[in-house]
Design a binder for this molecule. Sequence first.
Ligand SMILES: [Zn+2]
Ligand SMILES: [Zn+2]
Length: 329
Amino acid sequence: MSTVDPARSRQPLVATVRDKPLTSARIITLIAIVVPPLALLSVTGLLWGVAVGPIDLIMFAVMYVFCGLGITIGFHRLFSHRAFKTTRFMTAFWAIAGSMACQGPVTQWVTDHRKHHALSDKEGDPHSPHHGFGPGWKGVVKGLWHAQVGWLLTTKGLERGERYGKDLYADPLIRRIDRLYLLWLGLSLGIPALVGFAWSGGSVWMAFQCFIWAGLLRVFVFDHLTWSVNSICHMYGRRDYATDDESRNFWPLAIPVFGEAWHNNHHAFPGSARHGLHWKQIDLSWALIYGMEKVGLVWDVKVPTEERQELRKAKGEAAPGGAAPADPA
Ligand SMILES: [Zn+2]
Ligand SMILES: [Zn+2]
């Protein structure tokens, strides 16, 4: 249910199967968030010095940040929403970094994501937890499952780009990077193995160990946290702005997904390079974009003015004419 008062806003209402998330759904969601990292930490503790060492964790962090920002700054804010402009070199850099997160080639990721914004929580949205899953707790569980991972096997990549990805399909540089997708996957998993091998002075076992921790496990952790934005951030959290979907700001995810969990802000202002719009809302992707702008690596950085933000406040205190229209995706 949208919290927008229909009498005071021009935002269209979208029918959903329930008024608010069920308590059982919130518990399931929290378990889904908390258990995997705790399990990972306890395994790390148990196996410390036996099957994990400093280089595994250093490479985990390095690859997590590099590939993660490739998704948040590159695939999302640059390619999907054109929230800033940059050089061709940086365009290639961000496309490759994002490809190494193992979430699919850039054209497919962007096409799915723009479709999500165009049809958000309506029929055709590739990963809404709300549409078509029936009432009650079973509908909640099915919806969360679909938005987290089910869509990867059912609705991912259904568009071929004519409608949502034309600009990228028309760019020879992007197409070339797309065609080399398997190479980027190989580097994403192979670099940790190579570093582990070199660090240990040629141990194949250490290469394997670093491949497991900084390759496979790092991909698993980051990708699940990103997909949690699709599921949790359309189900649970604050709605600071009026939008015609179920997007929400869920603060516990904000740091591990580099600011993407300010998802209600993002649906209110899709074209904004900054998602954490309040100084308390930590947004590491924005911090880096801001820094790149200061040194001239990026320009035409889009951020909504305070006046526009006020117009979209969720209380429906819209200026004459109702809530401001959404940015283009
Ligand atoms: Zn969304
Ligand atoms: Zn987006």
